[in-house]
Design a protein around this ligand. Sequence first.
Ligand SMILES: [Fe+2]
Length: 260
Amino acid sequence: MTRLALIGGIYSNYHALEAALDTMDRRGVDGVYCLGDVGGFGPYPDRVYPLLRSRGVECLQGNYDNSLAGGLGDCQCGYTDPRDNYFARLSYRYTFERTSQENKKWLGTLPTLVRLEVEGWRVLLCHGSPRKMNEFLWESTSPDSFLEYLLDESQADIVGVTHTGIKWQRKLSDDRLFVNVGVLGRPENNGQTCVWYTELSLSEQRASVNFVPVVYDHQALAADMQAEALPRQFIETILTGWWTTCLEILPHKERARGRF
Ligand SMILES: [Fe+2]
């Protein structure tokens, strides 16, 4: 049996990353992968990098990382709503100005896809989808046929993605599996302040997913965000577990579960 920990967007939440890594140490895992979006949204972006390096986390490039490394003018988050884009710009400018040159350069060295062969399973890890770094794959708008197509196209038995901020999994034909691993950076719009990472357990016979809650010092994160004058709407999300921004991209079903 091999157990891998898969982390979605960290969004500079070094408090949650530290708590998640401690949880993984306690539970025991055979490898840790971050599926991208190291920075954004949260405070003090450079605080995440020493944790990733010292704890041996294998990282992929997300849209945020690609933008920071390339010196782009925006985060390529893929929003269409003007209000969402307004907050995305604020967040990106803050993160860009406070991420060191060395860390930006490192982000540019990261792969956009990782392929693993584990216990006979072909595993593909990426950020948005195997075909596009900033594609949003939501549970309610991803029919089985579409996910099967993505698995076939990418010649994988198991695909792991992030980018949307909300976790889900789908069992498909031939025991194949598609999983959105969620994010560590902010709660998932359900009124809980915890965040999540994903454990993928693989044996020759079976592949299964376990979503692991991470309770961390969200009050300390909120205090940091206040000290850095980040938008009060972001801080409200951290303190309440309800999204106040990035709402327009949510499909009807996912949005109906939230407060706003
Ligand atoms: Fe992303």
